[in-house]
Design a protein around this ligand. Structure first.
Ligand code: 13P
Length: 342
């Protein structure tokens, strides 16, 4: 492990005004997204859509890194340049999703544990030669009747720590993502409780495995009421409660925190990030690593006519990236949405 390389990469990932695009949907998840907009999901359509996004002129002003799926890391852009090289040429760091997905947790109905540790060391070695500078592993925590259980939180936290240690051994920065799901009718207080307990356990396990916080990025879910809750959270509540959970659990020397959007609306996810960054100086840079909250309008426009709408889809990608870049600096306002090209 070379801590200087890890620190340098992590710093670049959360450089001021920059954030990460998650474009690492598995072929199955990608099919769901493509089905929703009526596009056939094949290796070639996935390549065309994704490399079309990556080739957006000026994207590097707002985006420090893009998380890829195994297939995409091996694909080529429109002029035949391998995707990792295409990104690196623009100054965008290529990242790679390395988990094998969330599977049912034995003896715990309704709960999941993320798998993928087997052979991880070898896969990381290969990903490094292909150009990956950082990685991602997502664990999911579900709130419901009597859950999350300690067993679920512990199993996921332990796997995240084993993954993070393997990454750092290969000089690849781990994005550690324990996602507390927004699905359900839970209150913001229940979400706070689950988030705080999970983060506490995750950082304890990371410490046990000897993972260096200075070379680690947390990908956090925001503290927010469930999508079906009768009382929805205000922007202020989400910002306050999320910062409270982070301040209670995250080591001060962690390199940075990026958020997932988790099913929030595009503008909602931007507004929440902005509010947090307007709430005074925090111990870590707070930025974004959105998939749906950036890609939803982009994919929709592209899908209407993939060959004719590429430029229009790229304009939308650039716009949402800029809005989130401003939010990462606390400089966004909803007035700016009037300029949106969609
Ligand atoms: P969403 O922003 O759509 O939640 O995706 C982020 C992500 O990478 C989930 O692992």
């Amino acid at each position: 492990m070379n801590i200087e390389i890890l620190k340098q990469t992590a710093k670049q990932m959360v450089a001021p005004g920059k954030g990460i695009i998650a474009a690492d949907e598995s072929a199955g998840t990608c099919k769901k997204r493509f089905d929703a907009v009526g596009v056939e999901c094949t290796e070639e359509t996935r390549r065309a859509y994704r490399t079309g996004m990556f080739e957006t002129a000026g994207l590097e002003q707002y985006i420090s890194g893009i998380i890829l799926y195994d297939e995409t890391l091996r694909q080529k852009g429109s002029d035949g340049t391998p995707v990792p090289e295409l990104l690196a040429k623009k100054g965008i760091l290529p990242g790679i999703k390395v988990d094998a997905g969330a599977k049912d947790l034995a003896l715990h109905a309704g709960e999941k544990v993320t798998e993928g540790l087997d052979g991880l060391r070898e896969r990381l070695t290969e990903y490094k030669t292909l150009g990956a500078k950082f990685a991602k592993w997502r664990a999911v925590i579900t709130i419901g009747d009597g859950i999350p259980s300690d067993a679920c939180i512990h199993a996921n936290a332990h796997a995240l720590a084993r993954y993070a240690a393997a990454c750092q051994e290969a000089d690849i920065v781990p994005i550690v993502e324990p996602e507390v799901l927004i699905d359900g009718d839970h209150t913001i207080e229940q979400c706070y409780e689950a988030t705080e307990t999970t983060l506490e356990e995750v950082f304890e396990e990371l410490d046990h495995q000897g993972v260096a916080p200075e070379g680690t990025i947390l990908k956090a879910s925001m503290v927010i009421a469930g999508k079906k809750a009768s009382k929805q959270s205000t922007v202020e509540e989400v910002a306050d409660q999320t910062l409270r959970a982070l301040n209670a659990t995250v080591p001060k020397n962690l390199a940075g925190v990026v958020f997932l959007s988790g099913g929030q609306g595009d503008e909602q996810a931007t507004a929440h990030l902005n509010k947090m960054n307007q709430s005074g100086k925090q111990s870590w840079p707070l930025s974004f690593s959105y998939s749906r909250a950036i890609q939803n309008p982009v994919l929709k426009k592209w899908a209407e006519n993939p060959s004719a709408n590429l430029k229009a889809a790229q304009d939308i990608l650039l716009f949402r990236s800029k809005m989130n870049s401003l939010a990462a600096q606390g400089k966004y306002s909803d007035e700016m949405e009037k300029e949106r090209p969609y």
